[in-house]
Design a protein around this ligand. Structure first.
Ligand code: NA7
Length: 542
């Protein structure tokens, strides 16, 4: 562990991933004193922890990158359509280096509490290593998918070999040659890891609870001409992303599937399937709104699964039928389905043969024990709220975030929580976040936050807080927009359904990146409508 940190700052930032790095850069440039507290021993956030084989982004890398600095954009060369984890981590290290960020980051410093003193109008932030810092503002740049979830599987501690989680992958290279590997889970992480592990392992047994819809990523090396073409048009491209539906370039649909003749529709699905990536889900305007339309897309993918998998039983098990396509996060893969045609891969359906216990030597279901030398939990995260609620966030007048959010997160614009002045959340629940290109959304939030702190300074104001009314209205709006879609019908992590006891509520804002940005801008133009801004209290100023 690093030496404990102390001191008084304008802003304490928690987390040194994409959000925390950009926050630090912008705060410094605006002349604020800032420090970043980071649990890991280096920068990267998500891309520091998720080192499992096959880990890569699902948004084209030329867009899954910062837009705030022209020369950074021009000098960095992405090598693949979807960058793999090592390349993204290298990029973030480069950013940290280039803007000399590390000197203001305290590593090995996991924040455990943040308390707002209502009299002094100051936050005190405490970390497990004894660090105690004071600040006027705190910005939580803690990520949406950063608190790993390891299910409480019976017998897990009896397992004789290593137990790995995809989101907490060891830094030492893992060699599965000659090993029998068990993977639990078939979400995005598993779907990326399985084809790679299958090439190494003696045998790979996949334990699936709910099958997922996966689309071909269509990943490929980027040709220098492609990169040059993007670089030549970056300003327009980025501006388009900021105003787009999901912060990335897709051919956004203009017509509903149900109004399209079958032949045309099939050809369009096929064309988008070949382009790869999430383009498929943007084929028609009604795909995530009307069940009948959704079913057309779902059946197209099931037909692809049937055509790919040689064993009909395995194909049947892999076909999702219990929820609309896209309402659990759509997965993108490279050779996921064909991997089940390999002799050294078997698929176990936990709905047909429930998992009974982990044993010293493997996994036992109601039918039999499956031997394993290594157990990989690809079991996901306590999404969006997990990392915030892992900290004890409160105020000296008795507010506690854990209490206020006991029935689910409530905030205004995904940025601030009523009762917690000067506390910001980057890509918090109630913002587009996980339904968008995260980097586009992160930049928008960071810009909004730094502009806000700058505004307070220029007006001689000390505090900003979301009003209760504006918060209530925003929470209602987030729910109403979600309810115009099929999303709430799936037991997904978007709904908090993957964590036992977590309140069910649609967490991100599905109104669209461009529309959301517009709302944030309107709020500012109307003098921070829905927020209460105040000068320093007499007591605090004294
Ligand atoms: P996900 O998408 O939450 O996937 C977790 C998987 O683990 C999923 O298939 C779960 O099945 C399965 N799971 C979880 N708990 C259990 C238990 N107790 N038994 C059996 N199977 C279980 O996490 P990922 O890491 O793949 O992806 C998260 C996001 O990160 C991803 O969407 C990208 O945005 C990046 P279930 O569906 O719950 O039946």
């Amino acid at each position: 562990p690093s030496a404990s940190a102390s001191g008084t700052f304008d802003v304490v930032v928690v987390g040194a991933g994409f959000s925390g790095l950009y926050l630090l850069h912008r705060l410094r440039r605006a002349g604020f004193s800032a420090v970043v507290l980071e649990a890991a021993d280096d920068v990267g956030g998500t891309w520091y922890w998720n080192r499992y084989p096959g880990a890569r982004c699902d948004v084209p890398s030329v867009e899954y990158s910062f837009s705030f600095d022209d020369s950074l954009e021009q000098e960095w060369n992405w090598t693949e359509r979807y960058a793999a984890q090592p390349e993204i981590l290298k990029y973030l290290e480069h950013v940290a280096e280039r803007f000399d960020l590390k000197r203001d980051i305290r590593f090995n410093t996991r924040v455990e509490a943040a308390t707002y003193d209502v009299d002094a109008e100051r936050w005190t932030v405490q970390a497990e290593n004894g660090s105690t810092l004071q600040a006027r503002f705190v910005a939580m740049a803690t990520g949406c998918l950063s608190t790993s979830s390891i299910p409480n599987l019976p017998g897990l501690s009896d397992f004789a070999g290593p137990v790995l989680h995809t989101g907490r992958w060891p830094h030492e290279p893992q060699d599965f040659t000659g090993k029998r590997v068990a993977v639990i889970g078939t979400g995005s992480s598993a779907i990326q890891a399985i084809p790679v592990i299958a090439q190494q392992a003696a045998h790979l047994t996949v334990f699936q609870r709910t099958p997922n819809f996966s689309l071909p990523a269509g990943n490929h090396p980027l040709k220098p001409e492609e990169v040059e073409q993007v670089k030549a048009t970056y300003p327009e491209r980025r501006e388009y992303l900021r105003r787009s539906r999901s912060g990335a370039t897709y051919e956004y649909a203009t017509v509903p599937a149900l109004a399209t003749p079958e032949e045309v529709r099939r050809a369009e699905f096929e064309r988008r399937w070949k382009i790869g990536g999430a383009n498929f889900m943007h084929a028609y305007t009604d795909l995530v709104k009307v069940r009948e339309a959704n079913e057309l897309a779902a059946q197209f993918v099931r037909d692809k699964i049937a055509a790919t998998i040689r064993d009909p039983e395995t194909a049947r098990k892999l076909m999702p039928t219990s929820y609309p396509i896209g309402t659990k996060r759509i997965c993108l893969d490279t050779d996921y389905y064909p991997t089940y045609n390999r002799d050294n891969v078997s698929l176990i359906d936990l709905l047909e043969e429930p998992l009974q216990t982990i044993t010293a030597n493997g996994v036992r279901t109601s039918r039999q024990e499956y031997p394993a030398d290594v157990l990989i939990c690809a079991t996901g995260f306590d999404a969006m709220t997990g990392s915030l609620l892992a900290m004890d966030i409160g105020t000296t007048d008795g507010q506690s975030l854990r209490k206020v959010w006991a029935e689910g997160p409530r905030n205004y614009l995904g940025l601030m929580v009523a009762g917690f002045p000067n506390l910001f959340t980057v890509t918090g629940p109630g913002s587009p976040s996980v339904l968008s290109n995260m980097v586009t959304s992160i930049e928008q939030h960071v810009d909004w936050i730094v502009d806000c702190v700058d505004h307070l300074r220029s007006k001689g104001l000390a505090t900003i807080e979301a009003s209760q009314d504006a918060q209530d209205a925003w929470v209602d709006h987030v729910r109403e927009v979600a309810n115009t879609t099929l999303y709430p019908q799936a037991a997904s992590w978007y709904m908090g359904a993957n964590i036992p006891g977590k309140p069910r509520m649609f967490l991100p804002y599905i109104g669209g990146v461009g529309a959301y940005r517009g709302k944030c801008e309107e709020v500012v133009a109307a003098g921070y409508k829905g927020f209460v801004l105040k000068p320093a209290q007499a007591r605090a100023a004294a």
